[in-house]
Design a protein around this ligand. Sequence first.
Ligand code: IMP
Length: 446
Amino acid sequence: MSSDSAVVARAALATSAGQNLCVVGLQWGDEGKGKIVDVLTEQFDIVARYQGGGNAGHTVVIGSDKFVLHLIPSGILHSGKDCVIGNGVVIDPEQLMSEVTELRERGIEVGRNLHISDRAHVVFPYHKRLDELDGRKAEGRRIGTTGRGIGPCYSDKMARTGIRVAELYDREQLRERLKQNVEEKNRLLVKVHGLEPMDWKPIYDDYVRYAEQMREFVGDTISFLNDAAKKGKRILFEGAQGVMLDVDFGTYPFISSSNASPSGVAAGTGISPKLIGRVIGVAKAYCTRVGEGPFPTELKGKLGELLRERGGEYGATTGRPRRCGWFDAVAVRYAITVGGVDALALTKLDVLTGQKKLAVCVAYRCDGRTVEEIPAGASELAKCEPVYEELPGWDADIAACESFEELPPEAKQFMRKIEAVLGVPVEMLSIGEDRNQLVQRTVGSS
Ligand code: IMP
């Protein structure tokens, strides 16, 4: 095999036998994880989500069929695989059931293959109502959330006022907890924000109904996953959002409210951290972000618009246009460190086709200093100017390439530059929307 030898990826990514794997986004979400997870699922028995909620939007294209999943792991599209929504996820039952219905209507089996943690927290309408208030905040304080109630639901979890899936089945307790919670939220909605109060009873009735609809999926996913691991079954942990949106490691406060990095796997599934195994980090060949927050490599002019149009960069959950910019190796290098990333899947390389010059941000200039680490403070990061290394672009259409060797030399050079600045090999290259438009590079090739 030549040093650049590669094979089309459908079949096998080099994961050592018996290992579990975490697939995680290394930027601000929307890296194309859905497709990578979808392709890798064949090698695993179980796909488990460990954090986030209906804010995620995983798009998978199979032939002419496009599936956008928000809560259910994309592993559901493969028959014979078990899918787990772990205790670290926050579940909006209305959203969940509408996904179940849509999948079933499109001929996808959803039944004994879906396992929902009885310890997962539940998103209620008051969470969404409170989340909407984010949009009214003054500039600088607005996060630009997806409005799916994620932050308020995780806030209740930490404040110990949340309601978990198991509690939906204890009607007495549900009634009491819901009454208390709605009363408390009404104080905020009415007195602080001057909005209409909410009524607990219709919410109670809806959630009792949802609970019955969900019942067949709900159970002890911690035992399920640990028993499966003991039996040697292989688990793929599917991250939502990305490390730069992680509540601890992201660009706080412009982040989502969960641990999107692999650190969230153990807490969000009940699996020992020792069982995580390998980590594949997914990064786009450029960079996008939705919502507010610092973005040093953002391209505000025509080039940013071009990337948005060519890359179809509109939010899968909210339809919002994504902000676009050059690849930020400073941010991704940091995400690799905190995520313990072993190898990369570089996605949407085809979107860069036709650019005369490409750029990779290798450092920041901040207050007259050159820094190679991402600063903790959002205001400091907002002041950082990118230091770019320029590379030549390519014109040839790469969407049909079946091997690494077939790529134009400039595309190989771009990818090698990324590997060199990050210190991690690129094992997979995505060159189009479809499942098959994926090239695998043999580990260790130069
Ligand atoms: P939240 O998760 O809805 O609270 O939103 C917090 C921030 O995370 C906002 O900037 C959102 O745009 C961003 N965000 C949340 N989920 C995703 C995602 O799946 N992809 C990209 N950005 C996301």
